[in-house]
Design a binder for this molecule. Sequence first.
Ligand code: C5P
Length: 324
Amino acid sequence: MTEFESSAKWAAGRLGQSAVRVRVPAKVNLALRVARRGEDGFHQLATVFQAVELFDQVTAQRRSDTKIQVRTSGLHADRVADDHTNLAVRAAAALRDRFGTPDLGVSLSIEKSIPVAGGMAGGSADAAGALLACSTLWQLSVSNDELYELGAELGSDIPFALLGGTALGLGRGTDVTPVLTGENYYWVLALSHRGLSTPSVYQHFDQLVGQALLSPSDVNDPSLSKPVIDALTSGQATQLAAVLVNDLQEPACQLRPELREVLAAGTRAGALAGIVSGSGPSCAFLCASPASSQQLAASLAELEQVSSTLCVRAPASGAQLWAR
Ligand code: C5P
């Protein structure tokens, strides 16, 4: 990072002398293709991420001691750990260990809007936010590539949370490349009353593959993501709707059968298409216009299986300093 970039970064998100605020988006996967589990315990993926305009805010406040503490407010805040197991705390600690000095401390405040355990990478968003906020607060000399690399070590969705927009994700999902999209897309998110654990959905995927009830995808086939990328290039939401795909949808629906009803209700009520977001249980519905997304959100909010609905535009920017 140049000196100019570093001081511009510092000025943009500075709150008084001693705090920095960052906002970080949620994501949906337009395509999520999953291979067999590898020796490292992870699945190789070919995925297309899209960041949506639903943001968590992470504020990093300077401390005079060396503690790293977190407090969370907002949606599902009571479900988030407030100790050293919190991914944002782990991210701040890892950043200090690698690029900082032992005398640094920080108080992190996370204002959540992204559902917890909802398949929208909320935990990764908060960790990405902590990386950007703390590197700015502590004025560390760390490049974007170094932040991405550290993020990838901490969680598979963190590099994309830093990048935002629309991107192809390979490897564990950590090798991200931006994909150009000319258009805005309008999504309705239908949230669930209870979260779903990502490892349990991957485990169920493995069981279905083991029983030959599901085929793993050949994620090394470079043409696998082509239909989604072509649809994004066309800018036509109807074309994108026709090619949305998620290999984790079947295992997620088997663990939560009510998701099938939510998906069916969404398409009956006018969505171009509906899909389980990541490992679920949030469902994402692509709509033709802002007006149709409002109608769909109202209709889905009536379902007993749905805790709340949100209308969001996409793509959104990745983690960025945010002075408000
Ligand atoms: O990387 P992250 O901590 O988000 O992953 C959570 C869990 O999801 C992993 O422990 C693993 O069980 C599963 N996972 C996977 N393959 C990936 C990403 C996640 O098996 N590419």
